[in-house]
Design a protein around this ligand. Structure first.
Ligand code: SF4
Ligand code: SF4
Ligand code: FES
Length: 558
Protein backbone atom coordinates (compact mmCIF):
# COMPACT_ATOMS: atom_id res chain seq x y z
CA UNK A 1 0.00 0.00 0.00
CA UNK A 2 1.33 3.43 -0.96
CA UNK A 3 2.22 5.70 1.96
CA UNK A 4 2.26 8.76 -0.29
CA UNK A 5 -0.49 11.33 0.22
CA UNK A 6 -2.65 11.94 -2.85
CA UNK A 7 -1.33 14.80 -4.99
CA UNK A 8 -4.34 16.99 -4.26
CA UNK A 9 -4.26 16.43 -0.47
CA UNK A 10 -3.88 19.70 1.46
CA UNK A 11 -0.30 20.28 2.60
CA UNK A 12 0.21 20.55 6.34
CA UNK A 13 0.79 24.20 7.34
CA UNK A 14 4.44 25.09 7.84
CA UNK A 15 5.47 25.26 11.48
CA UNK A 16 5.03 28.81 12.76
CA UNK A 17 8.19 30.85 13.13
CA UNK A 18 7.84 31.17 16.87
CA UNK A 19 10.20 30.50 19.75
CA UNK A 20 9.57 30.68 23.49
CA UNK A 21 11.85 32.70 25.74
CA UNK A 22 11.19 32.04 29.42
CA UNK A 23 7.74 30.81 28.43
CA UNK A 24 6.88 33.89 26.33
CA UNK A 25 6.16 33.19 22.67
CA UNK A 26 7.88 35.53 20.22
CA UNK A 27 7.99 35.43 16.43
CA UNK A 28 11.24 35.23 14.50
CA UNK A 29 12.22 35.82 10.90
CA UNK A 30 14.11 33.27 8.79
CA UNK A 31 17.81 33.51 9.59
CA UNK A 32 17.29 35.13 12.98
CA UNK A 33 19.49 34.27 15.89
CA UNK A 34 17.85 34.04 19.30
CA UNK A 35 19.21 37.41 20.40
CA UNK A 36 18.00 39.16 17.23
CA UNK A 37 14.48 37.81 17.63
CA UNK A 38 14.55 38.77 21.31
CA UNK A 39 15.89 42.24 20.50
CA UNK A 40 13.10 42.82 17.99
CA UNK A 41 10.56 41.78 20.60
CA UNK A 42 12.09 44.17 23.15
CA UNK A 43 13.54 41.37 25.31
CA UNK A 44 17.02 42.20 26.58
CA UNK A 45 19.42 39.27 26.63
CA UNK A 46 22.62 40.67 28.16
CA UNK A 47 25.42 41.03 25.65
CA UNK A 48 28.68 42.86 25.07
CA UNK A 49 30.04 41.77 21.70
CA UNK A 50 26.78 41.44 19.77
CA UNK A 51 25.43 44.51 17.98
CA UNK A 52 22.41 44.38 15.66
CA UNK A 53 24.30 46.21 12.91
CA UNK A 54 27.48 44.09 13.00
CA UNK A 55 28.49 40.51 12.24
CA UNK A 56 28.46 37.93 15.03
CA UNK A 57 31.71 37.51 16.97
CA UNK A 58 30.36 35.46 19.91
CA UNK A 59 33.42 36.13 22.03
CA UNK A 60 32.12 37.61 25.29
CA UNK A 61 29.75 34.79 26.30
CA UNK A 62 27.51 37.15 28.24
CA UNK A 63 24.49 36.07 26.18
CA UNK A 64 24.58 32.39 27.14
CA UNK A 65 21.12 30.77 27.35
CA UNK A 66 19.90 27.29 28.15
CA UNK A 67 18.16 25.29 25.42
CA UNK A 68 16.20 22.35 26.83
CA UNK A 69 16.28 19.54 24.23
CA UNK A 70 13.14 18.81 22.19
CA UNK A 71 11.19 15.75 23.44
CA UNK A 72 13.05 12.52 22.66
CA UNK A 73 16.44 14.17 22.15
CA UNK A 74 19.27 13.78 24.67
CA UNK A 75 20.36 16.95 26.47
CA UNK A 76 23.81 18.31 25.67
CA UNK A 77 25.69 18.33 28.96
CA UNK A 78 29.08 19.53 30.03
CA UNK A 79 31.34 17.74 32.53
CA UNK A 80 32.44 20.06 35.31
CA UNK A 81 34.24 20.02 38.65
CA UNK A 82 31.96 21.31 41.36
CA UNK A 83 32.95 22.40 44.86
CA UNK A 84 31.50 20.07 47.49
CA UNK A 85 31.38 21.93 50.79
CA UNK A 86 30.86 18.73 52.85
CA UNK A 87 33.83 16.95 51.28
CA UNK A 88 35.79 20.21 51.12
CA UNK A 89 36.90 19.17 47.63
CA UNK A 90 35.87 19.39 44.00
CA UNK A 91 33.72 16.54 42.71
CA UNK A 92 32.87 15.51 39.16
CA UNK A 93 29.46 16.71 38.02
CA UNK A 94 27.80 17.95 34.85
CA UNK A 95 25.45 20.72 33.81
CA UNK A 96 23.55 21.75 30.67
CA UNK A 97 25.79 23.03 27.88
CA UNK A 98 24.74 26.64 27.42
CA UNK A 99 24.67 28.30 23.99
CA UNK A 100 25.44 31.88 22.93
CA UNK A 101 22.11 33.48 21.97
CA UNK A 102 23.92 35.76 19.53
CA UNK A 103 25.09 32.80 17.44
CA UNK A 104 22.37 30.17 17.88
CA UNK A 105 19.76 30.31 15.12
CA UNK A 106 16.04 30.02 15.86
CA UNK A 107 14.02 26.97 14.91
CA UNK A 108 10.26 26.39 15.15
CA UNK A 109 9.06 25.77 18.68
CA UNK A 110 12.52 26.25 20.22
CA UNK A 111 12.48 26.70 24.02
CA UNK A 112 14.96 29.20 25.41
CA UNK A 113 15.66 29.73 29.09
CA UNK A 114 17.26 33.05 29.84
CA UNK A 115 16.15 34.78 33.06
CA UNK A 116 14.48 31.61 34.30
CA UNK A 117 17.58 29.36 34.38
CA UNK A 118 19.85 29.13 37.42
CA UNK A 119 22.61 27.74 35.19
CA UNK A 120 22.37 30.85 32.99
CA UNK A 121 22.41 33.15 36.01
CA UNK A 122 25.53 31.40 37.30
CA UNK A 123 27.24 31.62 33.90
CA UNK A 124 26.47 35.32 33.49
CA UNK A 125 27.81 36.08 36.95
CA UNK A 126 30.97 34.10 36.13
CA UNK A 127 31.50 35.92 32.80
CA UNK A 128 30.96 39.20 34.56
CA UNK A 129 33.46 38.32 37.28
CA UNK A 130 36.04 37.25 34.68
CA UNK A 131 35.67 40.52 32.77
CA UNK A 132 36.21 42.49 35.96
CA UNK A 133 39.22 40.52 37.21
CA UNK A 134 41.68 42.92 35.59
CA UNK A 135 39.41 45.88 35.16
CA UNK A 136 40.64 49.10 36.80
CA UNK A 137 38.34 50.90 39.23
CA UNK A 138 38.17 53.93 36.99
CA UNK A 139 34.44 54.59 37.29
CA UNK A 140 34.81 57.91 39.17
CA UNK A 141 36.89 59.34 36.31
CA UNK A 142 35.57 57.29 33.38
CA UNK A 143 33.39 58.99 30.75
CA UNK A 144 31.34 55.82 30.31
CA UNK A 145 30.15 55.87 33.93
CA UNK A 146 26.37 56.02 33.96
CA UNK A 147 26.04 54.26 30.59
CA UNK A 148 28.57 51.43 31.04
CA UNK A 149 27.53 47.82 30.53
CA UNK A 150 30.07 46.58 33.06
CA UNK A 151 28.37 48.72 35.69
CA UNK A 152 24.84 47.82 34.60
CA UNK A 153 25.47 44.11 34.29
CA UNK A 154 27.37 43.95 37.57
CA UNK A 155 24.20 45.21 39.22
CA UNK A 156 21.88 42.99 37.19
CA UNK A 157 23.89 39.76 37.03
CA UNK A 158 26.74 39.70 39.55
CA UNK A 159 26.55 41.78 42.73
CA UNK A 160 29.52 40.09 44.38
CA UNK A 161 32.76 41.60 45.61
CA UNK A 162 36.07 40.94 43.94
CA UNK A 163 37.74 37.69 44.99
CA UNK A 164 41.08 38.27 43.28
CA UNK A 165 43.40 40.10 45.66
CA UNK A 166 46.47 40.40 43.41
CA UNK A 167 47.45 43.51 41.48
CA UNK A 168 45.64 43.68 38.14
CA UNK A 169 47.45 43.40 34.81
CA UNK A 170 48.26 46.97 33.85
CA UNK A 171 48.18 48.17 30.26
CA UNK A 172 48.61 51.42 28.39
CA UNK A 173 46.11 54.15 29.19
CA UNK A 174 45.01 57.12 27.09
CA UNK A 175 46.57 56.00 23.80
CA UNK A 176 45.71 58.41 21.03
CA UNK A 177 44.29 56.28 18.19
CA UNK A 178 43.64 59.26 15.92
CA UNK A 179 42.23 62.77 15.82
CA UNK A 180 38.94 61.77 17.45
CA UNK A 181 39.52 58.67 19.59
CA UNK A 182 41.51 57.82 22.72
CA UNK A 183 41.97 54.18 23.84
CA UNK A 184 42.39 52.78 27.35
CA UNK A 185 43.57 49.17 27.05
CA UNK A 186 42.94 48.37 30.73
CA UNK A 187 39.25 49.06 30.36
CA UNK A 188 38.88 47.08 27.11
CA UNK A 189 36.94 43.80 27.25
CA UNK A 190 38.10 42.80 23.73
CA UNK A 191 34.58 42.50 22.37
CA UNK A 192 35.89 43.55 18.90
CA UNK A 193 32.88 45.79 18.16
CA UNK A 194 35.27 48.64 17.25
CA UNK A 195 37.17 46.36 14.86
CA UNK A 196 33.97 45.31 13.16
CA UNK A 197 32.70 48.91 12.86
CA UNK A 198 35.91 49.82 11.06
CA UNK A 199 35.78 46.70 8.85
CA UNK A 200 32.10 46.48 8.11
CA UNK A 201 30.69 50.01 8.39
CA UNK A 202 33.62 52.27 7.46
CA UNK A 203 35.17 49.61 5.13
CA UNK A 204 38.58 50.50 6.55
CA UNK A 205 40.05 47.57 8.53
CA UNK A 206 42.45 49.74 10.49
CA UNK A 207 41.94 48.14 13.94
CA UNK A 208 42.98 44.67 15.09
CA UNK A 209 43.53 42.67 18.26
CA UNK A 210 46.95 41.49 19.41
CA UNK A 211 48.11 39.04 22.09
CA UNK A 212 45.68 36.74 23.90
CA UNK A 213 44.07 36.30 27.29
CA UNK A 214 44.75 39.05 29.79
CA UNK A 215 47.46 40.54 27.56
CA UNK A 216 45.08 41.17 24.66
CA UNK A 217 44.53 44.69 23.39
CA UNK A 218 43.29 46.62 20.37
CA UNK A 219 45.87 48.31 18.17
CA UNK A 220 45.90 50.52 15.06
CA UNK A 221 47.59 49.18 11.93
CA UNK A 222 51.27 50.25 11.84
CA UNK A 223 51.71 53.48 9.92
CA UNK A 224 48.05 54.37 10.26
CA UNK A 225 45.77 56.41 12.49
CA UNK A 226 42.15 55.70 13.25
CA UNK A 227 41.02 58.42 10.89
CA UNK A 228 38.25 57.16 8.61
CA UNK A 229 34.94 59.00 8.39
CA UNK A 230 33.15 56.85 11.00
CA UNK A 231 35.65 56.79 13.88
CA UNK A 232 33.11 58.09 16.39
CA UNK A 233 31.00 55.00 15.73
CA UNK A 234 33.79 52.91 17.30
CA UNK A 235 33.36 54.93 20.48
CA UNK A 236 29.58 54.78 20.15
CA UNK A 237 29.49 50.96 20.06
CA UNK A 238 32.16 50.43 22.73
CA UNK A 239 30.13 48.97 25.59
CA UNK A 240 32.63 50.13 28.21
CA UNK A 241 34.88 53.15 28.68
CA UNK A 242 37.80 51.83 26.61
CA UNK A 243 37.23 54.15 23.65
CA UNK A 244 36.45 57.76 24.41
CA UNK A 245 35.87 60.60 22.02
CA UNK A 246 38.34 63.48 22.13
CA UNK A 247 35.39 65.80 21.80
CA UNK A 248 33.27 64.44 24.68
CA UNK A 249 36.01 63.28 27.12
CA UNK A 250 35.65 64.82 30.59
CA UNK A 251 33.00 67.24 29.36
CA UNK A 252 29.82 66.02 31.01
CA UNK A 253 28.34 63.40 33.29
CA UNK A 254 25.66 61.58 31.33
CA UNK A 255 23.17 61.56 34.21
CA UNK A 256 22.95 65.33 33.95
CA UNK A 257 22.12 65.20 30.22
CA UNK A 258 18.74 65.06 28.53
CA UNK A 259 18.09 63.87 24.97
CA UNK A 260 16.01 65.33 22.16
CA UNK A 261 15.02 63.37 19.05
CA UNK A 262 16.56 65.39 16.26
CA UNK A 263 17.65 65.04 12.65
CA UNK A 264 21.30 65.65 11.74
CA UNK A 265 21.69 68.89 9.83
CA UNK A 266 25.01 67.82 8.27
CA UNK A 267 23.77 66.64 4.87
CA UNK A 268 20.76 65.57 2.87
CA UNK A 269 20.87 62.00 4.19
CA UNK A 270 19.03 63.24 7.29
CA UNK A 271 20.41 60.74 9.80
CA UNK A 272 18.25 60.35 12.88
CA UNK A 273 20.02 61.46 16.03
CA UNK A 274 19.66 62.14 19.70
CA UNK A 275 20.97 65.54 20.69
CA UNK A 276 22.22 65.22 24.27
CA UNK A 277 22.18 68.53 26.10
CA UNK A 278 22.66 69.85 29.60
CA UNK A 279 19.45 71.62 30.64
CA UNK A 280 21.28 73.41 33.46
CA UNK A 281 23.61 75.24 31.08
CA UNK A 282 21.39 75.05 27.97
CA UNK A 283 24.37 73.61 26.08
CA UNK A 284 24.41 70.85 23.45
CA UNK A 285 27.02 68.23 24.41
CA UNK A 286 26.96 65.51 21.78
CA UNK A 287 25.05 63.65 19.10
CA UNK A 288 24.26 59.94 19.21
CA UNK A 289 22.74 58.00 16.32
CA UNK A 290 19.05 57.15 16.64
CA UNK A 291 18.23 53.85 14.94
CA UNK A 292 16.26 54.14 11.72
CA UNK A 293 16.55 51.18 9.38
CA UNK A 294 15.32 53.18 6.39
CA UNK A 295 17.74 56.08 6.73
CA UNK A 296 20.91 55.61 8.77
CA UNK A 297 20.39 52.16 10.35
CA UNK A 298 22.51 52.49 13.52
CA UNK A 299 25.15 54.93 12.32
CA UNK A 300 26.26 58.52 11.72
CA UNK A 301 29.41 59.90 10.11
CA UNK A 302 32.00 61.89 12.08
CA UNK A 303 31.17 65.11 10.27
CA UNK A 304 27.54 64.77 11.30
CA UNK A 305 28.37 63.62 14.83
CA UNK A 306 30.38 66.79 15.41
CA UNK A 307 27.89 69.09 13.67
CA UNK A 308 25.88 69.41 16.92
CA UNK A 309 28.41 72.13 17.83
CA UNK A 310 26.74 74.46 15.37
CA UNK A 311 23.87 74.78 17.89
CA UNK A 312 26.14 76.60 20.32
CA UNK A 313 28.61 78.06 17.81
CA UNK A 314 29.54 81.72 17.93
CA UNK A 315 28.37 84.24 15.38
CA UNK A 316 24.74 83.99 16.44
CA UNK A 317 22.27 86.71 15.49
CA UNK A 318 20.64 87.33 18.86
CA UNK A 319 18.79 90.57 18.26
CA UNK A 320 17.17 92.40 15.38
CA UNK A 321 19.24 94.91 13.43
CA UNK A 322 18.17 97.79 11.23
CA UNK A 323 20.88 99.40 9.14
CA UNK A 324 23.47 97.50 11.17
CA UNK A 325 22.21 98.85 14.52
CA UNK A 326 20.70 96.56 17.15
CA UNK A 327 17.06 97.18 17.93
CA UNK A 328 14.04 95.35 19.31
CA UNK A 329 11.84 93.16 17.17
CA UNK A 330 8.78 95.47 16.98
CA UNK A 331 11.00 98.33 15.74
CA UNK A 332 12.60 96.08 13.13
CA UNK A 333 9.15 94.95 11.95
CA UNK A 334 8.09 98.61 11.68
CA UNK A 335 11.17 99.25 9.56
CA UNK A 336 10.26 96.24 7.40
CA UNK A 337 6.79 97.70 6.87
CA UNK A 338 8.29 100.95 5.63
CA UNK A 339 10.84 99.14 3.47
CA UNK A 340 8.22 96.99 1.75
CA UNK A 341 5.61 99.78 1.36
CA UNK A 342 4.51 100.12 -2.24
CA UNK A 343 6.69 97.20 -3.35
CA UNK A 344 6.40 96.06 -6.94
CA UNK A 345 5.69 92.27 -6.65
CA UNK A 346 7.67 91.60 -9.83
CA UNK A 347 10.72 93.17 -8.22
CA UNK A 348 10.72 91.09 -5.03
CA UNK A 349 13.16 88.15 -4.93
CA UNK A 350 12.53 85.43 -2.33
CA UNK A 351 15.55 83.39 -1.18
CA UNK A 352 14.60 80.12 0.50
CA UNK A 353 17.05 78.09 2.54
CA UNK A 354 17.82 74.38 2.28
CA UNK A 355 19.28 74.76 5.78
CA UNK A 356 15.95 75.77 7.27
CA UNK A 357 12.93 73.65 8.14
CA UNK A 358 9.91 73.06 5.95
CA UNK A 359 7.87 75.23 8.35
CA UNK A 360 10.20 78.24 7.87
CA UNK A 361 10.27 77.87 4.09
CA UNK A 362 6.52 77.23 3.85
CA UNK A 363 5.84 80.42 5.83
CA UNK A 364 8.04 82.47 3.50
CA UNK A 365 6.53 80.94 0.34
CA UNK A 366 3.05 81.70 1.70
CA UNK A 367 3.96 85.32 2.53
CA UNK A 368 5.48 85.73 -0.94
CA UNK A 369 2.79 84.15 -3.08
CA UNK A 370 -0.38 84.78 -1.10
CA UNK A 371 0.31 88.23 0.27
CA UNK A 372 3.19 89.97 -1.50
CA UNK A 373 2.41 88.58 -4.94
CA UNK A 374 6.08 87.69 -5.47
CA UNK A 375 6.88 84.77 -7.74
CA UNK A 376 10.67 84.79 -8.10
CA UNK A 377 12.15 82.08 -5.89
CA UNK A 378 15.78 81.21 -5.30
CA UNK A 379 17.31 78.56 -3.08
CA UNK A 380 20.54 78.64 -1.20
CA UNK A 381 22.46 76.63 1.37
CA UNK A 382 25.88 75.16 2.06
CA UNK A 383 28.30 74.20 -0.71
CA UNK A 384 28.64 70.63 -1.95
CA UNK A 385 31.09 68.53 0.06
CA UNK A 386 32.41 65.04 0.55
CA UNK A 387 30.20 62.05 -0.24
CA UNK A 388 30.55 58.27 0.08
CA UNK A 389 28.44 55.21 -0.63
CA UNK A 390 27.83 54.60 3.09
CA UNK A 391 25.89 57.59 4.45
CA UNK A 392 27.49 60.89 3.52
CA UNK A 393 25.81 62.98 0.81
CA UNK A 394 27.53 65.69 -1.21
CA UNK A 395 24.57 68.01 -0.57
CA UNK A 396 25.39 69.39 2.90
CA UNK A 397 21.89 70.72 3.49
CA UNK A 398 19.16 68.83 5.38
CA UNK A 399 16.17 70.17 3.47
CA UNK A 400 16.98 70.69 -0.22
CA UNK A 401 14.32 68.17 -1.25
CA UNK A 402 11.76 69.83 1.03
CA UNK A 403 12.27 73.25 -0.57
CA UNK A 404 12.24 71.84 -4.10
CA UNK A 405 9.01 69.90 -3.39
CA UNK A 406 7.45 72.96 -1.75
CA UNK A 407 8.01 75.06 -4.83
CA UNK A 408 7.13 72.27 -7.27
CA UNK A 409 3.72 72.00 -5.58
CA UNK A 410 3.05 75.67 -6.26
CA UNK A 411 4.27 75.39 -9.85
CA UNK A 412 7.44 77.37 -9.19
CA UNK A 413 11.04 76.42 -9.78
CA UNK A 414 13.85 76.84 -7.28
CA UNK A 415 16.62 78.72 -9.05
CA UNK A 416 20.11 78.86 -7.58
CA UNK A 417 21.25 81.99 -5.76
CA UNK A 418 23.81 82.59 -8.50
CA UNK A 419 20.91 83.29 -10.90
CA UNK A 420 19.71 86.07 -8.60
CA UNK A 421 23.20 87.56 -8.38
CA UNK A 422 23.57 87.42 -12.18
CA UNK A 423 20.22 89.18 -12.65
CA UNK A 424 20.10 91.35 -9.53
CA UNK A 425 19.19 94.48 -11.48
CA UNK A 426 15.73 92.95 -12.03
CA UNK A 427 14.93 93.23 -8.32
CA UNK A 428 14.56 96.00 -5.74
CA UNK A 429 13.73 93.83 -2.74
CA UNK A 430 15.18 90.58 -1.42
CA UNK A 431 13.63 88.61 1.43
CA UNK A 432 16.00 85.84 2.47
CA UNK A 433 16.07 82.92 4.89
CA UNK A 434 19.31 81.62 6.35
CA UNK A 435 22.89 82.67 6.48
CA UNK A 436 24.70 79.99 4.48
CA UNK A 437 25.41 80.48 0.78
CA UNK A 438 27.03 78.19 -1.76
CA UNK A 439 28.43 81.09 -3.82
CA UNK A 440 31.38 83.39 -3.12
CA UNK A 441 30.76 85.73 -0.18
CA UNK A 442 32.07 88.69 -2.18
CA UNK A 443 29.56 88.01 -4.95
CA UNK A 444 26.69 88.28 -2.46
CA UNK A 445 28.05 91.42 -0.84
CA UNK A 446 28.57 93.19 -4.15
CA UNK A 447 25.55 91.72 -5.99
CA UNK A 448 22.99 92.69 -3.34
CA UNK A 449 24.71 95.80 -1.96
CA UNK A 450 22.15 98.29 -3.23
CA UNK A 451 19.07 96.14 -2.70
CA UNK A 452 16.54 96.42 0.08
CA UNK A 453 17.44 93.12 1.74
CA UNK A 454 15.52 91.67 4.69
CA UNK A 455 17.13 88.54 6.11
CA UNK A 456 15.89 86.05 8.70
CA UNK A 457 18.91 84.17 10.05
CA UNK A 458 20.29 82.44 13.13
CA UNK A 459 23.95 83.09 12.34
CA UNK A 460 26.05 85.77 10.78
CA UNK A 461 26.84 85.25 7.10
CA UNK A 462 26.81 87.07 3.78
CA UNK A 463 23.01 87.32 3.57
CA UNK A 464 22.97 88.70 7.13
CA UNK A 465 25.77 91.12 6.42
CA UNK A 466 24.11 92.55 3.34
CA UNK A 467 20.71 92.94 5.07
CA UNK A 468 19.25 96.35 5.83
CA UNK A 469 16.87 94.60 8.20
CA UNK A 470 17.98 91.46 10.03
CA UNK A 471 15.60 89.35 12.13
CA UNK A 472 17.03 86.84 14.68
CA UNK A 473 15.97 83.22 14.12
CA UNK A 474 16.48 80.22 16.37
CA UNK A 475 18.83 77.40 15.36
CA UNK A 476 17.34 74.00 14.57
CA UNK A 477 18.12 72.73 18.08
CA UNK A 478 16.02 75.49 19.64
CA UNK A 479 12.83 74.71 17.74
CA UNK A 480 10.76 71.90 16.27
CA UNK A 481 11.08 71.49 12.53
CA UNK A 482 10.43 69.17 9.61
CA UNK A 483 13.18 68.25 7.13
CA UNK A 484 12.78 66.22 3.94
CA UNK A 485 15.83 64.11 3.22
CA UNK A 486 17.11 63.10 -0.21
CA UNK A 487 14.89 59.99 -0.15
CA UNK A 488 11.88 62.29 0.18
CA UNK A 489 11.22 61.26 3.80
CA UNK A 490 9.79 64.08 5.93
CA UNK A 491 11.30 63.77 9.39
CA UNK A 492 10.63 65.83 12.48
CA UNK A 493 13.37 67.22 14.64
CA UNK A 494 12.41 68.13 18.20
CA UNK A 495 13.50 71.15 20.20
CA UNK A 496 16.29 70.59 22.70
CA UNK A 497 17.56 73.98 23.84
CA UNK A 498 15.99 77.19 25.05
CA UNK A 499 16.26 79.92 22.44
CA UNK A 500 18.97 82.53 22.96
CA UNK A 501 18.56 86.30 22.98
CA UNK A 502 15.55 87.61 21.08
CA UNK A 503 15.60 84.75 18.56
CA UNK A 504 12.32 83.07 17.62
CA UNK A 505 11.56 80.32 15.07
CA UNK A 506 11.87 81.45 11.46
CA UNK A 507 8.23 80.64 10.58
CA UNK A 508 7.07 82.75 13.54
CA UNK A 509 9.21 85.67 12.38
CA UNK A 510 7.65 85.40 8.92
CA UNK A 511 4.16 85.34 10.48
CA UNK A 512 5.00 88.41 12.60
CA UNK A 513 6.38 90.12 9.49
CA UNK A 514 3.18 89.30 7.60
CA UNK A 515 1.02 90.72 10.39
CA UNK A 516 3.19 93.84 10.55
CA UNK A 517 2.54 94.28 6.83
CA UNK A 518 -1.20 93.99 7.49
CA UNK A 519 -1.77 90.43 6.31
CA UNK A 520 -3.76 87.75 8.09
CA UNK A 521 -0.82 85.45 8.88
CA UNK A 522 -2.27 84.29 12.15
CA UNK A 523 0.00 81.33 12.97
CA UNK A 524 1.16 81.59 16.55
CA UNK A 525 1.63 77.94 17.40
CA UNK A 526 3.58 75.23 15.64
CA UNK A 527 0.42 73.12 15.37
CA UNK A 528 -1.26 75.95 13.43
CA UNK A 529 1.39 76.21 10.75
CA UNK A 530 1.65 72.42 10.53
CA UNK A 531 -2.09 72.28 9.96
CA UNK A 532 -1.75 74.95 7.26
CA UNK A 533 0.99 72.93 5.57
CA UNK A 534 -1.48 70.08 5.17
CA UNK A 535 -4.28 72.18 3.70
CA UNK A 536 -4.77 72.36 -0.08
CA UNK A 537 -3.63 75.97 -0.42
CA UNK A 538 -1.25 75.29 -3.22
CA UNK A 539 1.32 74.05 -0.70
CA UNK A 540 2.58 70.48 -0.92
CA UNK A 541 0.96 67.69 0.97
CA UNK A 542 3.38 66.95 3.76
CA UNK A 543 4.67 63.42 3.57
CA UNK A 544 3.77 61.26 6.50
CA UNK A 545 6.29 62.20 9.12
CA UNK A 546 8.32 59.17 10.06
CA UNK A 547 11.03 59.46 12.60
CA UNK A 548 11.32 55.84 13.45
CA UNK A 549 11.31 53.92 10.23
CA UNK A 550 11.57 50.23 10.93
CA UNK A 551 12.66 50.89 14.46
CA UNK A 552 10.73 48.02 15.99
CA UNK A 553 12.56 46.28 18.76
CA UNK A 554 15.34 48.77 19.17
CA UNK A 555 14.06 49.73 22.59
CA UNK A 556 16.17 46.84 23.83
CA UNK A 557 19.82 47.69 24.43
CA UNK A 558 22.12 47.53 21.42
S1 SF4 B 1 37.82 49.12 22.67
FE1 SF4 B 1 35.69 48.87 23.29
S2 SF4 B 1 34.67 48.20 21.40
FE2 SF4 B 1 36.86 47.89 21.10
S3 SF4 B 1 37.22 45.78 21.74
FE3 SF4 B 1 37.63 47.06 23.52
S4 SF4 B 1 35.70 47.08 24.64
FE4 SF4 B 1 35.24 46.36 22.58
S1 SF4 C 1 25.66 61.28 6.72
FE1 SF4 C 1 24.89 63.38 6.70
S2 SF4 C 1 23.03 63.34 7.92
FE2 SF4 C 1 24.21 61.46 8.37
S3 SF4 C 1 25.47 61.95 10.15
FE3 SF4 C 1 26.69 62.38 8.36
S4 SF4 C 1 26.33 64.56 7.95
FE4 SF4 C 1 24.70 63.89 9.32
S1 FES D 1 28.95 36.01 22.95
FE1 FES D 1 26.95 36.59 22.51
S2 FES D 1 26.94 38.70 22.90
FE2 FES D 1 29.01 38.16 23.19
Amino acid sequence: MSTQAPADAPKPPPPPNVIKIDGREIPYEPGDTIIRAAHRAGIDIPHYCWHPGLSVAANCRMCLVELPPPPGRPAMRLDILKWDAAKKDYVVDNKPKLQPACQQGCSPGMEVLSESSDHVAEARAAVQELLLVNHPVDCPICDQAGECRLQDYWLEHQRTGKRMQQEIVHKAKAQVFGPTIVYDAERCILCTRCIRVSDEVAKDPVLEIRERGNLGEIFVSPGRELDHDYTLMTEHVCPVGALTSTDFRFKARVWFLRSARTVCQGCSTGCNAYLDFDPRTNAAQRYRPRDNMEVNKYWMCDEGMLSYKHASAGGRVLSARVGGDETDLPSALDAAKSQLAKHDPAKVAIVLSAQHSLEDNFALVTLAKTYLGANSFFITGKRLGKADDILMSADKNPNTTGVVQLLAATGDAAKPLSDLLADSSAFDHVIALGSEVEVEVGDVLSGLRNKKVLTIASHDGPLARVARILLPATVWAETDGTYVNKQGKAQQSDRALRSLGDSVPGWLLVAKLGRALGFAMNWRKLSEIRRAMNTPTGAPEKAAVDNDGAKAGTEARS
